[in-house]
Design a protein around this ligand. Sequence first.
Ligand SMILES: NC(=O)c1ccc[n+]([C@@H]2O[C@H](COP(=O)([O-])OP(=O)(O)OC[C@H]3O[C@@H](n4cnc5c(N)ncnc54)[C@H](OP(=O)(O)O)[C@@H]3O)[C@@H](O)[C@H]2O)c1
Length: 107
Amino acid sequence: MAHWVIIGSSRGIGFEFCKQIVARGDSVSATVRGDISRASNLWTLAGSSDQGAQGACRLLECDVTSETSINRFTQDLALIHGPQTSLDFVVINAGILKYPNFIQRLC
Ligand SMILES: NC(=O)c1ccc[n+]([C@@H]2O[C@H](COP(=O)([O-])OP(=O)(O)OC[C@H]3O[C@@H](n4cnc5c(N)ncnc54)[C@H](OP(=O)(O)O)[C@@H]3O)[C@@H](O)[C@H]2O)c1
């Protein structure tokens, strides 16, 4: 069983990643920015997994624009997994696709 970290899991592609990871039997540390208690879709996913919220899908807070938040997230991750933290895959998905953007200027 692989363990994934998906940064930016509240919606869109990040949330879809989390759904598919749990469905295939892997586990995920899913991050949202702001209050994790408001991430109702992820809590539903965590509750629907066999291992529950503390198993296949764990929720953590991380705002990639805040160094304080990133540091707290890495500490929380280490606390959850213990000193021998081993992550198989990390997806830095958080971001905003703005229009117009550089690609459109090239086309
Ligand atoms: N969809 C596409 O066709 C497409 C194409 C090319 C590239 N991408 C890239 O793929 C990624 C995901 O796309 P998407 O369509 O799933 O986007 P989306 O629906 O807008 O979701 C973006 C995710 O990133 C999170 N996020 C935004 N700013 C953040 C921050 N400062 N700290 C932590 N999390 C943050 C959002 O959280 P909140 O809910 O808190 O805002 C949300 O979970 C983006 O990087 C996007 O640029 C998407």
